[in-house]
Design a protein around this ligand. Structure first.
Ligand code: K7E
Ligand code: CUA
Ligand code: CA
Length: 619
């Protein structure tokens, strides 16, 4: 292409993208307006897009000047922990390089590690191998991450998983009864994570049964014991509850609702002009548990938090179907993003006590309500008094000033960044802690459209890296992501790095570690202990009989960092890896007589290909 042609092509492409943006916006507006039956103010529309263009036209003064390049052999400054959405996993990324470092299987089957194939993982999954991970958050001590655990929800099967950060593996999965659409999840931030809260996005009969009028469907705020991974109790409420947050004092948890109408159709869910931010009072929850003010449903203590039934729940009216709720790093404000309303609602947390005491109305907790743009979804913070909100329909990230907002400024906008396209969550570095440092932000955009080489009708998402260190938001990088991360936390590497191990403690994770090799038979049960040392398995041959129930315990006896072996058995649907000093077990029935090779799948040695032995099934 000649330079002129290329310029034309580029201009054409820019033109196309601009058209695309307008088109998406019109679609979004039409969709929301039709669903809501409401008229969106023209003022909001034109102003927010105008701000976007002004921001673009301005010179680069006020721009951050951080360099995202991480040279070969250098490390990233941050660990990013991404939810994987309906891939069911969690991903570990480097920030700012946006390089994918690892995937942690959680609710899915994954052969890299053999998750869902080994006995331990099967026991945790209980045969349920689809999941939808949205919200991944770390455990806290004193308002910041302690580097011990990650917690993540499964919206499809109402589970919460815990990941041990030292080995980056799922170590517990809790099935939560009585709820559906397990969505918002947030750990206690202060003084440390003893509880994790989980919101149910869908209302259902409690206990679940047919023949119930939708007016008797309920939502529940589930409280989980983080160490025991057990349900402490559920607070049953009339509404659904969506996103979750906790304060920085250990007093309250928050939940946005979009279906206070108890609708079962979209138009019913959009009937009211206001829904709620629910506030749950932890002292009152403890008191109800102490006094026995609950009933037990499916083995869970269910406290009645419905309107008029108890004083545990405070309902702060928030305009129309809000989505995210995020607490500012100074602990002062809970910010609800409006979704159908173009506003963010700033709730001053210190006023909540007076509202519980009846001294002020719940609505009086609202300190500001600035107009942000069309379809605000999630808000993050730079730790310097600014909030940044993702705006779905506008396809923008909007930076605004909290102080100005609470002083009554209806448009405290500092900068508007056009993103590509239709953003869900955004997250700034350390922004969900009191140590928010205002350096990097990731924008998880739901659609990449025309941004990457075409790979068919299913396109990757587009995750954009933004430098937020300056006055203006500066877009630095596009990363394709396999469907579909929803949320992310960005954690300073010093918090994580020292916690991460190079090898397992041989007997910590399994009592079945094989330090020597053996084959033991008890009736039809055959137990094989097998060592793996590069480049040999400890047994060159294992003989069993047709119909035997065979268990292999495979231990990697190599202690060298990064020397992982694999174990795959021909024609038996078995494949997993074993990291240094780790033991993994698998049980299967020997059905078809013959010779079956088991081999190492993970390249470990010059003679890796020779690392193979026979299982002989005798007739
Ligand atoms: Cu907004 Cu599930 Cu956090 Cu997706 S949720 S975007
Ligand atoms: Cu062991 Cu390859
Ligand atoms: Ca509603």
């Amino acid at each position: 292409m000649s330079k002129n042609n290329r310029d034309n092509h580029d201009n054409e492409k820019r033109g196309k993208q601009l058209d695309r943006r307008r088109f998406l916006k019109m679609l979004g507006v039409a969709g929301v307006a039709a669903g809501a039956g409401m008229v969106l103010s023209k003022d909001v529309l034109t102003n927010s897009s105008k701000d976007g263009l002004v921001a673009k036209a301005e010179a680069s003064n006020g721009m951050g000047e951080q360099n995202m390049e991480v040279k070969p052999g250098e490390y990233d400054q941050y660990y990013g922990f991404w939810s994987g959405g309906h891939s069911g996993e969690v991903r570990v990324m480097g920030v700012p390089s946006m390089r994918e470092l690892m995937r942690i299987p959680v609710f899915n089957i994954e052969c890299g590690k053999g998750w869902g194939i080994t006995n331990d993982s099967k026991k945790m999954l209980k045969g349920i191998t689809v999941g939808d991970t949205h919200h991944v958050h770390g455990s806290y001590v004193n308002g910041t991450y302690d580097g011990k655990y990650l917690f993540v929800n499964d919206k499809i099967n109402n589970r919460v998983a815990r990941i041990r950060i030292d080995i980056m593996e799922t170590d517990a999965i809790l099935q939560v009864p009585n709820i559906q659409g397990a969505h918002g999840l947030f750990p206690q931030r202060f003084p440390k994570t003893e509880w994790v809260v989980l919101n149910s996005e869908f209302q259902v009969p409690m206990p679940n049964r047919s023949g119930v009028d939708p007016k008797d469907y309920y939502g529940a705020h589930t409280i989980i014991d983080a160490e025991r991974m057990a349900v402490v109790c559920q607070v049953m409420i009339d509404s659904n509850i969506d996103l979750a947050g906790t304060d920085y004092q250990g007093k309250y948890s928050f939940a946005t609702s979009y279906n206070t109408e108890k609708g079962v159709t979209i138009s019913e869910m959009l009937a009211n002009d206001f829904d709620y931010l629910h506030v749950f009072n932890w002292e009152k929850i403890r008191e109800a548990l102490r006094k026995g003010n609950y009933k037990t449903i499916n083995g869970v203590k269910v406290i009645d938090g419905r309107e008029g039934k108890s004083d545990i729940v405070l309902r702060i009216p928030v305009p129309k179907n809000p989505h995210g709720v995020n607490v500012s790093p100074d602990g002062k404000y809970a910010v609800c993003s409006g979704k159908v309303s173009p506003t963010c609602t700033v709730v001053e947390i210190s006023r909540i006590e007076d509202a519980y005491a009846g001294k002020i109305k719940p609505a009086d907790c609202i300190a500001g309500q600035p107009e942000i743009g069309l379809g605000p979804l999630h808000t993050t913070f730079d730790g310097r008094g600014n909030a940044i909100t993702s705006v779905f329909i506008d396809s923008t990230n909007v930076k605004w000033n909290l102080d100005r907002a609470v002083k009554g400024d209806k448009k405290p906008i500092v900068d508007v960044l056009d993103i590509s396209y239709q953003v869900g969550h955004i997250m700034a570095s350390m922004a969900e802690t009191k140590e928010a440092d205002g350096k990097w932000m990731v924008s998880l955009n739901k659609m990449s459209k025309d941004r990457f080489l075409n790979v068919g009708p299913l396109k990757p998402e587009n995750e954009q890296l933004v430098d937020i260190s300056g006055e203006k938001l500066r877009l630095l990088h596009d990363s394709p992501a396999y469907i579909e991360p929803h949320d992310v936390i960005i954690v300073r590497k010093d918090i994580i790095e020292s916690k991460v191990k190079d090898r397992f403690n041989m007997f910590e994770y399994s009592v079945d570690a094989a330090t020597t090799n053996s084959v033991d038979r008890k009736g039809k049960d055959v137990t094989v202990r097998l060592t793996a040392n590069a480049p040999v398995f400890g047994l060159s041959e294992v003989r069993v009989k047709k119909g035997d129930r065979v268990t292999f315990h495979v231990t990697n006896n190599d202690e060298i960092a990064d020397l992982t072996h694999g174990f795959a058995l021909e024609n038996h649907n078995i494949s997993f890896t074993i990291s240094p000093f780790q033991t993994k077990s698998v049980t299967f029935t020997a059905e078809k007589p013959g010779v079956y090779w088991f081999y190492c799948t993970n390249f470990c040695h010059a003679l890796h290909l020779e690392m193979r032995s026979r299982l002989i099934i005798e007739a």
